[in-house]
Ligand binder design. Structure first.
Ligand code: TYM
Length: 331
């Protein structure tokens, strides 16, 4: 079976270090391993109200950020989800297969709707079914994501299995999540128990790809930590979430294990570790931020690349959508 890789990101806010280390760096690496489809999940972005102009701008900004991070639109198919209508159509067909009980278990819905469940949008609730459609439409075998998307991928597998069984077809490939061993969950710089997120109101909680060197250094200097020196054994960081997060970021960027990083910094406090981390983050992101600065302004070129990607994606998606309509009796 050939390898087909697919993943998406919401074009709301900036590409941050959590997205980069948890997902995008894997997208870039996987371009050598199979046929790749990467998209801007602009339909998913509608699950919370977003200013229409901000959404339109965010789509181009995120496309530029992905290209700057190393996605090559001549090798990978890069497109906007809403430009391929088959995503929304397949979602409706899959709504017949997905169970309310399955959606009720989704932790992201519970987290995002919080205490105001009755006031959450229906899109926020059915969001994982659209995500299943995204993946199944392309017969993806591998889906590189961070840890927070694992449950959504399991749901996509359940929907695919049930659809194939209910309609006695062998239509959908059962996809697998590819989650990085380290950095699958980068936490907020202000709270080591909350994930680094585009939607966190505090910009100090995350490092954005678009941040300049001074901003990165300042955010790391102000990151919440504790007064203890760094231990030798990574297990001793288990109840020090902020310290563990900073060590994980260092390890992910230097491609080392946390144990190897601690071996160098053991006994030192954050007065030593934070400047070293800041330098590593700045140096690692420098090529990306430089490319982003060059690309960002060329909106016509970005639109052209996304249009080419959408056309390719439409062609790949068409036979599976047609197969799904046939399977349910609407062929
Ligand atoms: P989104 O836009 O929230 O995040 C994009 C990718 O970044 C990962 N990620 C993180 N990884 C590690 N640490 C963090 N703090 C962190 N924050 C985000 C996410 O796991 C994700 O891989 N629903 C998806 C987009 C989507 C999708 C899909 C993904 C829509 N359809 C189909 C895969 C396949 C989302 O909102 O990701």
């Amino acid at each position: 079976m050939s390898i087909r890789i697919l993943s998406g990101i919401q074009p709301t806010g900036n590409l941050h270090l959590g997205n980069y280390l948890g997902a995008i760096r894997n997208w870039v690496r996987m371009q050598d391993e199979g046929e790749c489809y990467f998209f801007l999940a602009d339909l998913h972005a509608l699950s919370s109200y977003i200013d229409p102009q901000a959404l339109a701008a965010g789509i181009r900004e995120m496309a530029a950020a992905l290209i700057a991070a190393g996605i090559d639109p001549t090798r990978a198919t890069l497109f906007r989800q809403s430009a391929v209508k088959a995503h929304a159509e397949l979602q409706w067909l899959l709504n017949g297969t997905a169970r309310v009980g399955w959606l009720n278990r989704m932790t992201q819905f519970k987290d995002k709707s919080g205490k105001n469940r009755e006031g959450a949008s229906v899109a926020l609730y059915t969001y994982p079914v659209l995500q299943a459609a995204d993946v199944l439409l392309y017969q993806a075998t591998h889906v590189p994501v961070g840890d927070d998307q694992k449950q959504h991928l399991e749901l996509a597998r359940d929907i695919a299995t049930k659809f194939n069984a209910d309609y006695a077809v062998d239509l959908f490939t059962i996809p697998e999540a590819t989650i990085p061993p380290a950095a699958a969950r980068i936490m907020s710089l202000r709270d080591g128990t909350a994930k680094m997120s585009k939607s966190d109101p505090s910009d100090m909680s995350r490092i954005n790809l678009s941040d300049d060197a001074d901003t990165v250094a300042q955010k790391i200097r102000k990151a919440k930590t504790d007064a203890e020196p760094l231990p030798e054994d990574p297990a001793d960081l288990n109840d020090r979430p902020e310290a563990r997060n900073l060590v994980s970021i260092y390890a992910a960027l230097s491609d080392e294990t946390p144990a190897a990083v601690l071996a160098r910094f053991t006994g030192h406090g954050f007065g030593t570790f934070k400047p070293a981390l800041a330098e590593l983050v700045i140096e690692s992101l420098r090529p990306l931020t430089t490319r982003l600065g060059q690309l960002g302004a060329d909106t016509a070129e970005l639109d052209r690349l996304l249009a080419i990607g959408a056309e390719r994606a439409r062609q790949t998606a068409a036979p599976t959508l047609a197969g799904a309509y046939r399977a349910v009796g609407l062929g």
